[in-house]
Design a protein around this ligand. Structure first.
Ligand SMILES: *Cc1c(COP(=O)(O)O)cnc(C)c1O
Length: 406
């Protein structure tokens, strides 16, 4: 997918537009499965919340992946994409017992992350196998908003509550078939990951009928040239050896599971916008584009950095720009960034736009959400239309003041 391909896509489908390169998704998936080839049974469950377009889910199904879901709606999207229920794991946080029960009737693997629901679910459905989400209290991850394994985190059952957990399991007679952790995003330090894994192994010894151990995700991807990323190959080598050793002691081969979102789709995505206006002020040059944090909220929400390229003038002399959106409050994509000289009408491409970009988009300022295009085998395919005015008004029930009076 080169610059010309992207310019053609912006021309054909208009701007702004999201583009996903299937080749990159496939190569990331294979990179992960290769890194863990020494494990007898490996399962990669793609985290749907990163990018939930059904065509993307179908791509993962075709690759043999399962899905990691956090809501009943994500479960239903996965089923709509043809993924077998047995290959879907549901890891909600703070949802109602009713929703968990409903998902359970769909044949999906349930993962429970608190003792209250565990006890209620176990009492009512002792025969349904359940995975438990453990909080190993390991501080990992680059940003407190996406770091979920630390002591104050609302996620998972604390390792300090294992005695209580075991009592609930015994009292209800429920079947625990999996142990899970997910310590957060942007984990760089493999040693921290391995340390958390040891806690998981230690916990796993308490359960006799395990089928899998799920190590969650949190792999860091590069955002710019020279960025460090999680060393998947080294992690694969070390964790596989340790996992196989655990299985020998446990007496049975278990499945090693991961559930990455960002690692699989982040780099595959580009977000294309058009520059509406160049505005010189006393302190900077703004490039105002035809989008905003309604379409890509990560820089404003997490301070995350997306590289921005002027694909209309890639060889142009670099200058400093603040790239801003059209939302009527602070809406900054990039501050004081070196970008090849920008003219009004140029197309800018944002990198790392596959994960948590479209899936977090909204209609704020009553703008339409952009279309999504899949680049597959050298061709562009529309996989979601741009919204239109009917989409904005759908579901609204206009109140009739003429009839009721004021
Ligand atoms: C969000 C999430 C993931 C995916 O995290 P990434 O950083 O995108 O890889 C995996 N598991 C659970 C339970 C999650 O909530």
């Amino acid at each position: 997918m080169n610059n010309q391909n992207l310019l053609d896509i912006a021309e054909e489908f208009g701007s702004p537009v999201y583009v996903y390169d299937s080749e990159k998704i496939i190569s990331q998936y294979r990179r992960l499965t290769n890194a863990f080839q020494n494990v007898q049974q490996l399962r990669i469950n793609y985290a749907v919340k990163a990018l939930s377009n059904i065509s993307v889910l179908k791509l993962f199904r075709t690759l043999g992946a399962g899905l990691d879901t956090v809501s009943i709606q994500e479960v239903k999207l996965g089923l709509a994409a043809g993924v077998e229920p047995s290959k879907i794991i549901y890891t909600p946080n703070g949802v109602s017992l009713e929703e968990i029960e409903e998902v359970s009737t769909l044949g999906v693997q349930i993962n429970i992350d608190n003792l209250s629901i565990l006890e209620q679910f176990g009492s009512r459905h002792p025969k349904v196998p359940v995975c438990i989400r453990i909080n190993p209290h390991v501080m990992a991850g680059g940003n407190t908003n996406i770091s979920v394994g630390h002591i104050d985190s609302k996620f998972g059952i604390s390792i300090h509550q294992i005695p209580h957990l075991l009592r609930i399991v015994e009292n209800t007679g429920m079947n625990i078939n999996g142990i899970h952790m997910h310590t957060g995003s942007d984990i760089l330090d493999i040693e921290v990951f391995l340390y958390a894994s040891e806690i998981l192994f230690e916990t796993a010894k308490n359960f006799k009928d395990l089928e899998f151990i799920d190590f969650g995700s949190g792999f860091k991807v590069p955002y710019k040239e020279g960025d460090i990323e999680t060393n998947i190959e080294e992690l694969g080598e070390k964790l596989s050896a340790r996992f196989n050793e655990f299985c020998r002691n446990y007496g049975r081969d278990l499945t090693l599971a991961f559930e990455p979102g960002k690692f699989l789709v982040s780099e595959a995505g580009k977000f294309l916008v058009k520059v509406n206006v160049i505005k010189q002020t006393t302190s900077t040059v703004f490039a105002g584009v035809d989008s905003g944090f309604n379409h890509l909220i990560r820089p404003m929400l997490y301070g995350s950095r997306h590289e921005i390229h002027n694909i209309s003038n890639p060889e142009g002399k670099e200058r400093f720009y603040s790239v801003v959106g059209y939302i009527c409050e602070t809406d900054t994509f990039a501050n004081n960034r070196r970008i090849a000289e920008i003219k009004e009408g140029d197309i800018l491409a944002f990198d790392n736009a596959g994960a948590y970009c479209f899936s977090m988009a909204s209609n704020y300022n009553s703008r339409f959400r952009p279309p999504e295009v899949l680049w597959h085998n050298g061709e562009a395919h529309l996989i979601r239309k741009r919204e239109n005015f009917e989409d904005l008004t759908r579901g609204q029930v206009p109140f009739n003041f003429e009839e009721t009076g004021l």
